[in-house]
Write a protein of this length. Structure first.
Length: 647
């Protein structure tokens, strides 16, 4: 297949031959994106090859300007200050027998297991000198640096390649895919790959500024201000932000945490452990002053640092495929129809752990409570009465409304007063997430993970009201999930408190608004009456999915040619279409859909910003992860093309 058109680096590996037809040219697959998802697809290709490859060779071209395995986000070449927000025992790249898939399980070590095997000499891996000490001391409750994760992903990639059967070859291209015309993929280095099939393994889509952001860009240009639209923090150059500069930051999640570290400790400051607990920050003098706010006005919850005490949870219990099928109505509203089931699932996880882990704090036998709970609708008078009778302490009862909007209805007279109140809130969160007396929170966390895994089933049914799917499920609920379940390591909040005490961070509050007036940016919030003026504004968040505003030239080219489309969600009653921003794929097999809705026979796309909505986070072991299931399914579709057995 036109091998003279490509120039890449073949990867040497051990071979396990099958038996190939000599006169058949190899089937060429281009994988655009060689980060964790691309490697996951490659692993599944190798795992399924013995059953499906047939008598033709498969040549896989990995196309990515960043190193295969880590890719862009997890590349080693980034600040050593940046850490994962997952513990090492909760990160794996390998399937296990919990995964419901057609292909075979190929087990492998989690990040923690890998580190221990390397440390104990049971596994050979090239580990950069800068992370050897971290690897050696790694604990199950640590939060590894992104550099250590990069080393793990590099090993995973090399292991996957070495384990490929003899009929599968890999060619690396350290370049960016710039265009696709017919079956030719053009690369930024001037070469091209003639491909029988293409897989786009996309993560978060980079996006050009939206309409409001463009207005702020123009305002900043007119008045000599600095405006930083939404983007991946580690890739944005903030060097122009001057020492002592007043900076407005909109967003209080993980992107803010990275920004906070890069602009403080990353500029030479240091944190010191206090003998009585907590941290003190010693400034370098190069730091700006950050004024941060968001809709909630509080940071994401710290990650939980303990294990369940009670009986193993049975999840999902109330939000499974049967429950989804049982929902009545033609057009479901997520908040009205679906959220009650979701909330009941979260409460089930919470109270299961409270009753079985802390029986001294409840008044009913768990079996009695569970039977009554199962028969009652969420938030009904009967359920409220049951919880009141069974759980005497109000502090032990799950309040999801308060959890979602902890500052709702609360105002302070001054910014200083609000700062003290928010400090107390963060201190309480840190204490709660470190104290196993509150392990019911972990029960709710586990239930929330199980709910997230059921959402693709809900989407596939096509019964959600279009506006509710885009606004409530993709918007509000995804934000709630991230806020509760995908927060930073506890130390990051300790550092936030130290920076606030040092006068380098202050809190704008909930419902943060930014206006462009009088030649400056002006921030206000609902938590106190004071405003802040600044000449610099940073959007501390990743952009939402948007094919329309795609920053990547390849996606724009395919979109403009009508070969790649933005997903439209059809209202099940009216038929009205609403754009979701995601790459439109056929969920059953990840095939790319064009502007007319036709599935391309040889093009696929997987990732969180596709119609399948798989999680962007790494997989926890033994969770039947959707990303593993999708990787297996798409690999089998490709191998069916190779063997000529595609339907």
């Amino acid at each position: 297949m036109g091998s003279a058109l490509w120039e890449g680096r073949p990867v040497a590996k051990a071979r396990r031959s099958f038996g190939f037809v000599a006169d058949l040219p190899p089937f060429t697959l281009a994988v655009v994106g060689a980060g964790p998802r691309g490697v996951g697809v490659l692993e599944r290709l190798g795992a399924n090859a013995g059953e499906l490859l047939g008598g033709r060779r498969l040549e896989v071209h990995l196309i990515d300007p960043f190193p295969p395995g880590p890719g862009r986000v997890w590349r080693y070449d980034q600040s050593p200050l940046l850490r994962m927000n997952s513990m090492p025992e909760d990160v794996t790249m390998f399937t296990d027998d919990s995964v419901t898939m057609a292909g075979p399980v190929r087990p492998g070590p989690s990040l923690l297991e890998w580190a221990r095997m390397v440390r104990d000499g049971g596994l050979e891996a090239e580990v950069p000198a800068d992370v050897v000490a971290e690897l050696t001391a790694l604990d199950p409750f640590d939060f590894p640096t992104r550099r250590l994760q990069s080393a793990y992903l590099t090993w995973v990639y090399r292991h996957v390649v070495a384990d490929l059967p003899g009929g599968v070859d890999v060619v690396e291209h350290a370049a960016r895919a710039t265009g696709v015309a017919g079956n030719t993929v053009s690369l930024s280095d001037g070469s091209a790959v003639v491909a029988d099939a293409v897989v786009f393994t996309v993560g978060h889509l980079d996006a050009e500024p939206d309409e409001r952001e463009r207005e702020l860009v123009a305002f900043a240009a007119r008045h000599g201000l600095a405006y930083y639209p939404a983007g991946y923090t580690a890739d944005v150059d903030y060097s122009a932000i001057a020492p002592g500069e007043t900076v407005l930051v909109r967003g209080f999640g993980l992107a803010f945490v990275d920004l906070m570290l890069l602009l403080t400790e990353g500029r030479g400051g240091r944190f010191e452990e206090r003998p009585c607990g907590g941290l003190r920050y010693h400034p370098s003098g190069a730091e700006p002053v950050l004024h941060v706010g968001s809709r909630r006005g509080v940071p994401y919850h710290a990650k939980i640092g303990y294990r369940l005490l009670g009986k193993p949870l049975r999840l999902p219990r109330f939000f499974d495929a049967y429950a989804i099928d049982s929902l009545s109505g033609d057009a479901l509203d997520f908040r009205r129809d679906v959220w009650p089931l979701v909330a009941k699932e979260l409460a089930w996880g919470y109270y299961s752990e409270l009753f079985t882990g802390h029986p001294e704090r409840v008044r009913l036998d768990f079996t009695v409570f569970a039977d009554a709970f199962a028969d009652l609708a969420w938030d009904s008078p009967g359920m409220l009465d049951l919880v009141a009778r069974a759980v005497p302490a109000e502090a032990d009862r799950l309040d999801l409304d308060r959890l979602d909007r902890p500052l709702a209805g609360r105002t302070s007279g001054t910014a200083e007063e609000f700062g003290k109140e928010l400090r107390e809130y963060i201190e309480a969160d840190l204490a709660r997430r470190a104290d196993q007396e509150f392990s019911a929170d972990l029960g709710a966390f586990m239930a929330l993970l199980s709910v997230y895994g059921q959402l693709p089933t809900l989407v596939r049914k096509g019964r959600l009201d279009a506006a509710s799917q885009v606004s409530d499920m993709d918007g509000w609920f995804h934000g709630f999930f991230s806020y509760y379940a995908s927060g930073p390591p506890p130390r990051r909040l300790e550092e936030l408190l130290a920076l606030q005490e040092a006068g380098l961070v202050s809190f704008v509050g909930a419902e943060m608004q930014v206006s462009a007036e009088r030649g400056v940016f002006v921030a206000s919030g609902a938590s106190h009456p004071e405003t802040v003026e600044a000449r610099t504004l940073v959007e501390a968040r990743l952009p939402g999915p948007s094919v329309t505003r795609a920053a990547d030239g390849l996606l724009r080219q395919l979109r403009d040619a009508g070969e790649l489309a933005e997903e439209t969600v059809a209202d099940p009653v009216t038929g009205a279409l609403l754009r979701s921003g995601r790459i439109h794929t056929r969920v059953s097999d990840s095939r790319l859909l064009d502007g007319t809705g036709r599935a391309h026979p040889h093009r696929f796309s997987v990732g969180p910003h596709t119609s399948a909505r798989s999680a962007a986070a790494f997989t926890r072991p033994r969770t039947n992860a959707l990303s593993f299931r999708q990787n297996d399914a798409v690999a089998r579709e490709i191998l069916a093309l190779v063997s000529g057995k595609a339907s």
